[in-house]
Design a protein around this ligand. Structure first.
Ligand code: ADP
Length: 486
């Protein structure tokens, strides 16, 4: 159990030693959102550090490429076991630097374990040579091979630093690549402790490099050198990186923003709706790409859904600390608190009704904000269409499911969506929604946890997929060898 304060000196040093940063004069402090206290620092790297990381990882990848998937599998199954064995420490570090509640930190640890196990067990099947038929009259033997890309760049945000820092690296490494990763400066330690465990599991030391530093400088340098880029973050940054990758004609996969809708049909089980809604909207304090920010309810059941949801939200326990009892933790920092407050204040000023929450909670911690539900939000209010990335959702009455679908599809985003309804209605509506992941009678957990099927965004919410076969084959080039037979 770590103290709710600075990282123990030895642990801090172990993690710092794992970064590829060679210039160690400039430092950036990392704070614990629960208290605002500084828990440690990392180095403020630049392009030179990225050069260094690429030199080391390229050399390591040249050897790694000669290992078999069976050899790699053993390392990753060991890593899986180490993740579960060290789960309490991992959850402590995640909570310390993100301020999230324990259950949300547990989600991250489990996601890393599940994703690692899935890819360790299936990488061989996904990446083995495939025999394909040729066309007559020439009898051809086609062999489709998967060849590692080389060094994969990975740029991740602060909201899920373990999951996004490691679950994407695992398939890239299993596919024979090296990885150069840039965690967000707010949350570098989660990624570093996982690299520590990867090395303990037997991963060659230089194969996964972490460089800490500013997003535009270090992230930009990674994009300029990598052989494939995996990015998770805002649509605005995704567009900047997309320009670099387009110029270089190098592959790029991105999970970006969302403004995820949830529809409640009149034939929904309202007990189920009540049980799922709070988690769907307020997990990780709403700082979750697949979090629900818009709820459209058919008018017959609107009043009842509002009453049930408001009651459930008011009963949520919010708090700072490692205890399991809290259902929601802090926001990450002051900037995020300001962002959330502005969206809510604008909506209030425009005449929206506050059903629950609507204010910060400095009595709990410096960046806490109450889970907030708004209704009657007037047309034109930014909250209706822009991503808040916080614990704020609005609820709106619709006359028909057609209107609900139109509204749900009415933003430039298309990441995640949900529909609560009978199975028949749910499937009918799901088939009309423009989103990469759709949950029927589920907030987001089922789509997010479906590691065997691809997860990604439509429209402005992303390119490419994580999870499933696509989540590992994207890290490989395809080489087809066609042999003419006589
Ligand atoms: P968020 O709003 O979730 O912080 P960002 O897109 O700003 O989303 O950040 C996601 C990741 O992208 C972070 O690791 C951040 O440091 C990095 N980043 C920010 N700006 C750039 C940029 N111009 N080039 C490359 N990476 C960047």
């Amino acid at each position: 159990r770590l103290p709710l304060g600075p990282l123990p000196k030895e642990l801090h040093q172990t993690l710092l030693d794992l970064t590829a940063n060679t210039q160690q004069a400039a430092k950036v402090e990392v704070q614990a959102p629960f208290t605002g206290e500084v828990i440690g620092y990392v180095f403020n790297g630049d392009e030179q550090d990225v050069e260094h990381a690429f030199a080391l990882s390229r050399a390591a990848q040249k050897k790694w490429v000669h290992t078999t998937t069976a050899e790699r599998k053993k390392i990753f199954l060991r890593f899986h076991d180490l993740v579960l064995k060290n789960r309490e420490l991992l959850m402590d570090i995640v909570q310390l630097e993100t301020g999230k509640n324990r259950a949300s930190a547990a989600d991250e640890v489990l996601d890393v374990a599940i994703t690692t196990r899935f890819y360790a067990n299936n990488a061989g099947k996904f990446l083995n040579d495939k025999k394909r038929p040729g066309a007559l009259p020439i009898i051809t033997k086609n062999t489709q091979q998967y060849v590692p890309k080389g060094v994969v760049g990975q740029i991740t945000p602060w909201n899920y630093p373990l999951t996004l820092g490691v679950s994407d690296a695992v398939p890239a490494l299993l596919a024979g690549n090296a990885v150069v990763a840039k965690p967000d400066l707010a949350t570098p330690f989660s990624c570093l402790i996982m690299v520590h465990l990867l090395i303990e599991a037997g991963l060659p030391r230089d194969l996964m490099q972490v460089v800490t530093g500013p997003g535009d400088v270090v992230g930009g340098a990674i994009a300029a050198q990598c052989d494939f880029l995996m990015f998770t973050g805002s649509t605005a940054t995704g567009r900047i990186l997309g320009r670099t990758m387009g110029e270089r004609l190098v592959g790029f996969s991105a999970e970006l923003g969302g403004k995820n809708p949830l529809i409640v049909a009149k034939d929904a089980d309202l007990v189920k709706v009540e049980a799922e809604l709070s988690q769907a909207c307020f997990s990780n304090s709403g700082q979750l790409c697949v979090s629900i920010e818009r709820i459209y309810v058919e008018e017959d059941v609107y009043e009842e859904v509002v009453a049930r949801f408001s009651k459930a939200v008011k009963a949520m326990s919010i708090g700072a600390g490692f205890e399991w009892k809290y259902e929601m933790g802090s926001l990450i920092n002051q900037a995020q608190l300001d962002r959330v407050s502005i969206f809510v204040d604008q909506a209030k000023a425009a005449g929206a009704t506050v059903l629950c929450g609507g204010k910060s909670r400095p009595d709990i911690g410096p960046f806490f904000y109450e889970p907030t539900v708004l209704a009657d939000v007037p047309e034109g209010t930014p909250l209706l269409t822009e991503e808040v990335f916080g614990p704020v959702v609005f609820i709106e009455k619709v006359a028909t499911l057609e209107e609900a679908v139109d509204k749900a599809n009415g933003t430039p985003y298309g990441l995640n969506a949900s529909v609560f309804a009978s199975s028949e209605t749910g499937n009918l509506v799901a088939g009309q929604l423009e989103a990469g992941g759709i949950g029927i009678n589920d907030g987001y957990a089922a789509t997010w946890a479906s590691v065997s099927t691809p997860l990604g965004g439509m429209k402005q919410s992303g390119l490419g997929h994580r999870h499933g076969a696509e989540g590992i084959t994207k890290y490989a080039e395809i080489r087809n060898i066609a042999e003419q037979r006589w």
